[in-house]
Every structure is written in structure tokens, then in C-alpha cells.
Design a protein around this ligand. Structure first.
Ligand code: 6PG
Length: 254
């Protein structure tokens, strides 16, 4: 149940992507020259369109050398596999922008999953400043599955959200594919979390998560609630079709 969290609803994925790109530029421009802006990318098909927009329209508008790119989750496959979130991000964004290679911190899906979860946890700890002893991302992008999963925390493995670790090994409930995922410990420590949700196939689960009357929720995405940070929902009209509660947060962007 997400009460009073800013919700922005866009007529198209392109207008959503434009707002995301402008927000990213604004935040990077405000980052001190001797500092960097840390972002965890989400996977799946939604970000693909948004990353393409970013690389086609903002390559020369954003100082990419000030950004460090991490991943919120990864499928346990090699980086050139079509299932790889890194491959999707690389094809749609990373190889098209002028970002130093050393600023990209890939989850190595080809590694042993248990060892990789531990390795990536150390990568996060040593490359992102901590607040209250936990690395604090400047921005985490999250998607929403039709079953209410986010990152790679699925409804039948909600306990992973509460792990004492920053990264865990998850298993897709249908395909049994192993995944590496960040957990609630680091997610809810972020300065800003952006849910990027588009398409009518997400309308039903979204309404259950956002509808303020739904006080109980078994959905992992409903557990995302940054302790001291901001949570913003960027939705297209299709995904927002079944909202019951039309709070005053809903803003139609032209
Ligand atoms: C992944 C994602 C996952 C995704 C949702 C939505 O690795 O698949 O991190 O959490 O964001 O499943 O995916 P779509 O945008 O493809 O619907």
C-alpha cells in the first residue's frame, strides 16, 4: 500500500522517458564535480524503450563520467545471452553513450550464483557511500511484474526482501531460472526510487499495490518504501487504468 507517494501518469512511454531523462540530467548536473551519481538499473522490457530514448536524445546532454551504473538484478546467464539485463542495457544505452567502462558495475550472471551474490555485495559496499552502515544509491530504478515482483524478488520468496544481505540468489517461480537480486535492505536505503511501469498488463497488480484501501499486500513491490528517501511512480496511461483511488498525486504529463 503506497500512500501519498508521487504518481506521474504519461500519455505515452516516450513522454515518460523524456521526464525520466530530464530528471536524471537534473540530478547529475547537481552532483559535485568530485562526486558521482550512483544508479541501479532495472531489467525487463520496459526500461529498454526508456534507455533507447535516453541514448538517442541525451547522450550529449548528460555528463556520463559522473555516473556509476549498477544493476538491481540479473539473470544467471552470460552477458551476451538475450535474457541478460546487462545485454539489454548495453544494447539500448551503455554502448551508445560516452560513459567510462570503469563506471559500469555488471552483475556477472555467468558466475556461480551464490559466489556472485557475495561478490556483488562487496562491489556495492566498496563503490557506494554508506548511510547508517548500508550503501545508499542515489537512484534505484525498479520495474513491476504482473505477479507483483520487483527486482527479482518474487511473491513466493518475499523473505528475500528482508535478508540481512544486500544481494541474494532468487529463483524465478515459473522458469526456475536463477537470478541475483538486490534486497530490501539496500532498496529502502536509497535516496530516490523510481518505479517505471507501463502497459495494460500491469494495470491490475498496480491498482492493488497503489490503491490506498489495500492495507494488506503480499506483493514484494508493496514493500518498497524508502526509509528516508523518495519513491516516485512513473506510469503510462495504460498501466494506470484501474486505479480506484484518484489521489491528488496523479499528474497527467502532456
Ligand atoms: C527483470 C526485472 C524485473 C522487471 C519486471 C517488469 O530482471 O525482469 O528486473 O523486475 O522489472 O519483471 O518487467 P517488464 O518491464 O518486462 O514488464
Amino acid at each position: 500500500m503506497i500512500k501519498d507517494q508521487p504518481i506521474k501518469i504519461f500519455p505515452t512511454v516516450e513522454t515518460l522517458a523524456k521526464t525520466f531523462a530530464e530528471l536524471l540530467k537534473q540530478n547529475v548536473d547537481m552532483t559535485d564535480d568530485n562526486d558521482f551519481y550512483s544508479i541501479a538499473l532495472s531489467g525487463g522490457s520496459t526500461p529498454n524503450k526508456i534507455f533507447r530514448y535516453l541514448s538517442e536524445n541525451f547522450d550529449d546532454k548528460i555528463n556520463w563520467a559522473k555516473i556509476k551504473i549498477f544493476f538491481g538484478d540479473e539473470r544467471c546467464v552470460p552477458p551476451d545471452n538475450e535474457e541478460s539485463n546487462y545485454r539489454m542495457a548495453n544494447e539500448s544505452l551503455l554502448k551508445k553513450i560516452s560513459i567510462p567502462k570503469e563506471n559500469i558495475f555488471r552483475i556477472k550472471g555467468e558466475n556461480d550464483p551464490v559466489k556472485e551474490a557475495a561478490r556483488y555485495e562487496e562491489v556495492l559496499k566498496s563503490n557506494i557511500p554508506s548511510v547508517t552502515g548500508i550503501p545508499q544509491f542515489d537512484l534505484i530504478l525498479l520495474g513491476l511484474g504482473e505477479d507483483g515482483h520487483t527486482a527479482s524478488i518474487f511473491p513466493n520468496q518475499v523473505y528475500l526482501f528482508y535478508s540481512i544481505h544486500l544481494c541474494e540468489v532468487a529463483v524465478h517461480p515459473q522458469t526456475k531460472q536463477k537470478r541475483i537480486t538486490i534486497t530490501g535492505k539496500i532498496i529502502n536505503n536509497a535516496k530516490h526510487i523510481l518505479f517505471l511501469v507501463t502497459g495494460k498488463n500491469k494495470a491490475s497488480v498496480l491498482s492493488k499495490i497503489i490503491d490506498v484501501n489495500n492495507s494488506k499486500s503480499e506483493y514484494p513491490a508493496s514493500l518498497v518504501n524508502p526509509k528516508n528517501g523518495k519513491l516516485t511512480w512513473l506510469l503510462d496511461i495504460e498501466a494506470s487504468k484501474m486505479f480506484v483511488s484518484k489521489s491528488n498525486n496523479d499528474v497527467i504529463e502532456r
